[in-house]
Design a protein around this ligand. Sequence first.
Ligand SMILES: Cc1cc2nc3c(=O)[nH]c(=O)nc-3n(C[C@H](O)[C@H](O)[C@H](O)COP(=O)(O)OP(=O)(O)OC[C@H]3O[C@@H](n4cnc5c(N)ncnc54)[C@H](O)[C@@H]3O)c2cc1C
Length: 497
Amino acid sequence: MATKASARPITQDQVPAWDIETDVVVVGYSIAGVCAALGASEVTDRVVALERGGGSEGTCGGILYLGGGTPMQQAMGHHDTADAMYTFLLAALGPGVDEDKLRRYCDGSVEHFRWLFESGVPLISGPDREGTPLATPDPDGFVQVGAQEYAGGGLVWTGGEQAHPFNQLTAPVPRGHMPRDPDGTEDLFEGAVLKCLLAAAERAGVRTVFNTGVERLVVDDAGRVVGVAARSFGTAVFVRAARGVIITTGGFIYNDEMLGEHCTPAVHGAGKLGHGGQDGLGIQMAQMLGADAIHMDAVDATLVSTPHISFIKGILVNSRGQRFINEDTYYGRLGTETVLRQHSECYLLVDDKIFLESSWLRPAWASDSLQDLEQQIGLPDGALQQTVDYYNRGAEVGEDPLFHKGVRWLQPLSPPYAVLDLRHRSFPIQAFTMGGLRTDVGGHVLDVEGRPIDGLFAAGRASAGLAVHGYCSGISLGDGSFFGRMAGQTAARNPSR
Ligand SMILES: Cc1cc2nc3c(=O)[nH]c(=O)nc-3n(C[C@H](O)[C@H](O)[C@H](O)COP(=O)(O)OP(=O)(O)OC[C@H]3O[C@@H](n4cnc5c(N)ncnc54)[C@H](O)[C@@H]3O)c2cc1C
């Protein structure tokens, strides 16, 4: 495991000889790394990417959170603006969002869509799986695709835009963009975005060196970062970067020491969303040069398998037998709320009608009586009965006064009942970290006084990105690619030494 001490920089005079000399070195080659390499290669043709894994080990899914009126949104008849996107994300990703970065992201989102498309990511609209033709969106009808609500034509709702409180702030618009296969009929998910961009980087002439883990940064007499010390199959490799080093090594969910230092114990037992490479070493290497790291306590915890969409008609209760969230919100928000604020104590109560809608449900308890369920589960006497009674009174008149669940999901619950055990130990949760190096909009790593560290840049989960204490699916590939590309451009324009 990475430790701070092993991440100490070395000085240039400790380098016996440079094995590779280039302008820009990218450390880690996943979504942020490949976009940093592509960004840098827009300015210089001397770009080297070092990746510890044997290929790109990046754990990238397929959804990109984009908006502001992308061609795909327009093709499907969804009106969006940069301002609406900004308003939603500021509320959904916070508190603590970097407003300058968010503004830049929203204003640049349509252009970024085009860049991704021109780089080979097939962001194309087409008839959806249900055969809904192009440009006839059906805002109310939806189909569940995996964990997401499908909006049609390659768009998915991925942040709870339609749910309270966000639907009060701005008109809901789907912004989860999924690449599609070239005939436009099938969504491409696992790794599709990364795969296309890796091919683009190869075409752009980015030099990649795999099985090479960077262990330390190299600095000159003035403290400027001028290269990296790496190891490849046990052999030391020194790479000089005349213009800059970009850290895109991901977060630190696999570093138990850092998790213990920064994050709530609630995530320690959770599953980890990643592949093992996210050990925080990149962050520590920069910290050893005085880099600031922020929002290090921020984590996203998500339900691994999302219940069938019909579960929204049931109610989620905590260990006090009380509801704590509107069940129609984004399932990532639901998972985080459950893990961080309900101590992973969560039960889903459904009735017979809901149960019959889904073959997914595997109840842990069932009964005709709520009192009996309270005893079976160990909930306080009367609590569940009060919760259901209050919920039913609202549902009968199409209201959810406590949490404002959408009216289409409201139906009174009646016996017989079934309860799913969504507690952490029974229902897997996966977590990943969102804090990291403090960077400015251009990707410079900043020290604790807010000054750029000469020659050092970062993007992706190794840096503190757009998402802080809230998340939307697609924002990692979104901000990793957007700010990765910017960091690449900035590093490549840094004066050469
Ligand atoms: C199953 C799954 C599905 C997901 N789906 C989505 C989705 O649809 N949309 C979305 O936005 N996000 C999704 N995510 C999250 C997203 O994939 C990650 O947040 C994103 O990949 C982070 O990108 P990154 O480039 O910052 O770092 P990472 O993808 O974590 O990559 C870091 C890279 O750096 C390398 N590395 C680490 N240390 C070193 C070192 N010292 N030297 C050299 N190399 C090093 C690692 O091997 C790795 O390849 C998903 C994640 C998982 C696990």
